[in-house]
Ligand binder design. Structure first.
Ligand code: ADP
Ligand code: GLC
Length: 499
């Protein structure tokens, strides 16, 4: 980005412009497998309004669509050493600018030509050692020295470690680092020799306070959390949960130790992309004033698109999710036949574990016209479900934040969620006496408790439609944007860079 553009962005005469580099493994619309991709897209844009200048550093995966590859401009290249032996690797920089955010893609065919972003830990460990080290080398090469390097998940967790070792006395070594935990389940664990070889990090970091977790293994996330100047996670509740053995994924002690530098900042969603009034993928766009007439048109279109009976009287439950244990799908599987009461339809969109893919395929064949399962990743079907369903299931075992319940609410589709992580922080339980709340919630991870929540939702939907519609309106009006949370990140950046 030119100096002029940067200056134009820094429009607050009092607050100095902060320079922030985001480092992470995926970013919508270039490459997205889940919520991390959404955050890497939406938060930098929201930070522009907080007087931040933001660069996003990403791997240049071969699987990126051609239309995005064509946007990229070559900015330079150099050779970088990696591994214990000091082998050298090519680092190319391909750049794009979109709406004020600069995206720098790191090009290296050996590491990023494999197909999907994540192909298995054996290859992913070298890939993200290279990516983390190259991110810092790219910032030095470009001469763009940020105040803050904001790293995301285990794939970028070695950045804070390289920053204080190999790069400590280079220009970028001045920056402070923030490491955000989007999902503690994935940590980048491998044998100590494998990580020692590929990272080239010094021996003394392979001890217990840093990377080591047992006699044989090292953990990239653990080392990064120890070295980061600050740790955030994506909701206040998850920030507490991960300090317990139930949610800590083996790192609860480590996180308790580092808790003085740990805080939770809840995610938002991009309210321009997720806007039911302007969404081009919808049959009939709608807002709070006309959802009563228009949402039903989207429901009919969804029923048709998904091969369901077109029936306004049926209650449609939606699910858009990675199909993994995290998402509470075994609860849904256990109660499925009891949900199907003749007045209910279920639409599922997702890919993941074959156990769940097959279960939903089975229900589709068992309940023809009432259940539809699209076992695929598809943005346009996702939009159709958020708009056309009546209620939306997110019964997660754990959920650091969760974006699907936020999108559902913004589209006036009532969430049914378990009270964990960000689901607890964003969905206020429905209170019939006070006519308040955003959705139906349950606390304990038990099939019958989910069934009870679904039945409570059905009761209001079928017998008290006025209150249901009031809740739809409340949800559509709820602030699920990034505005407040981006301001909290900006405050955090200021505190750190002032230290
Ligand atoms: P996670 O990151 O754990 O998968 P989130 O709720 O944070 O969960 O984010 C999931 C994101 O991925 C949402 O934007 C959701 O719409 C999208 N998504 C998940 N599965 C699919 C799918 N099969 N097709 C399209 N979008 C999907
Ligand atoms: C992770 C979490 C999800 C969160 C997303 C974005 O994938 O599973 O809960 O919303 O990251 O932070």
């Amino acid at each position: 980005m030119s100096q002029n553009t940067a200056a134009a962005l820094c429009n607050d005469p009092v607050t100095p412009c902060r320079k922030v580099a985001f480092v992470g493994s995926e970013c919508y619309p270039f490459v997205k497998t889940g919520g991390l991709g959404d955050v890497m897209y939406a938060l930098p844009r929201a930070l522009l309004k907080e007087d931040c200048e933001v660069r996003v550093i990403l791997p240049l995966y071969n699987c990126m669509a051609d239309k995005y590859k064509k946007m990229l401009e070559y900015k330079g290249s150099f050779m970088m050493d990696l591994t214990l032996e000091g082998r050298t690797f090519y680092v190319g920089i391909m750049e794009a600018e979109m709406d004020g955010v600069t995206y720098d893609f790191i090009d290296n065919k050996e590491f990023f030509d494999w197909g999907n972003p994540y192909t298995g830990l054996w290859e992913d460990i070298p890939k993200y050692c290279f990516f983390s080290k190259a991110s810092l080398a790219v910032l030095n090469y470009l001469g763009w020295i940020p105040d803050i390097i904001h790293c995301h998940d285990w794939q970028a967790a070695l950045v804070p470690m390289y920053l204080r070792t190999h790069f400590a006395i280079t220009p970028v070594g001045e920056a402070k680092s923030v490491l955000t935990i989007h999902n503690l389940r994935f940590q980048g664990i491998c044998s100590i020799p494998h990580l020692k070889y590929w990272s080239g990090l010094p021996d003394h970091l392979f001890h217990y306070p840093w990377l080591k977790i047992n006699d044989d293994e090292a953990n990239m996330f653990k080392g990064g959390l120890a070295f980061a100047d600050w740790i955030t996670t994506v909701s206040a509740t998850y920030a507490q949960e991960i300090q317990t053995s139930d949610f800590g994924e083996g790192l609860d002690n480590h996180l308790r130790y580092h808790s003085p530098k740990l805080s939770g900042i809840v995610n938002g969603i991009d309210v321009d992309i997720w806007n039911s009034a302007t969404d081009k993928l919808l049959e009939a766009p709608y807002d709070e004033s006309d959802f009563l007439e228009k949402k039903i048109l989207n429901k009919r279109a969804l029923q048709q698109k998904m091969g369901l009976e077109q029936d306004d009287g049926k209650m449609v439950l939606g699910l858009v999710s990675r199909l993994t244990d995290q998402k509470g799908l075994d609860l849904i599987d256990t109660i499925f036949t009891r949900i199907m009461d003749g007045n209910t339809q279920v639409v599922v969109l997702g890919t993941g574990d074959s156990r769940y893919e097959n279960a939903f395929r089975y229900y589709e064949s068992k309940y023809k016209g009432l259940v539809s399962a699209k076992i695929t990743y598809n943005e346009s079907i996702a939009h159709a479900i958020y708009a056309g369903a009546d209620a939306f299931l997110v019964p997660s075992l754990f959920e650091p934040c969760g974006l699907t319940q936020l999108i559902a609410m913004r589209y006036g589709t009532i969430p049914i969620v378990r009270e964990t992580g960000g689901l607890k922080d964003t969905v206020l339980p429905y209170n019939p006496e006070e006519n308040t709340g955003n959705g139906f919630t349950f606390c304990l991870y038990r099939p019958d408790d989910l069934l009870d929540a679904v039945n409570r939702a059905k009761t209001v939907f079928f017998t008290d439609r006025w209150r249901w519609d009031e809740m739809v309106r409340r949800d559509m009006q709820k602030d699920v944007s990034w505005e407040k949370s981006a301001a909290q990140y900006a405050d955090l950046y200021d505190r750190l860079s002032g230290e």
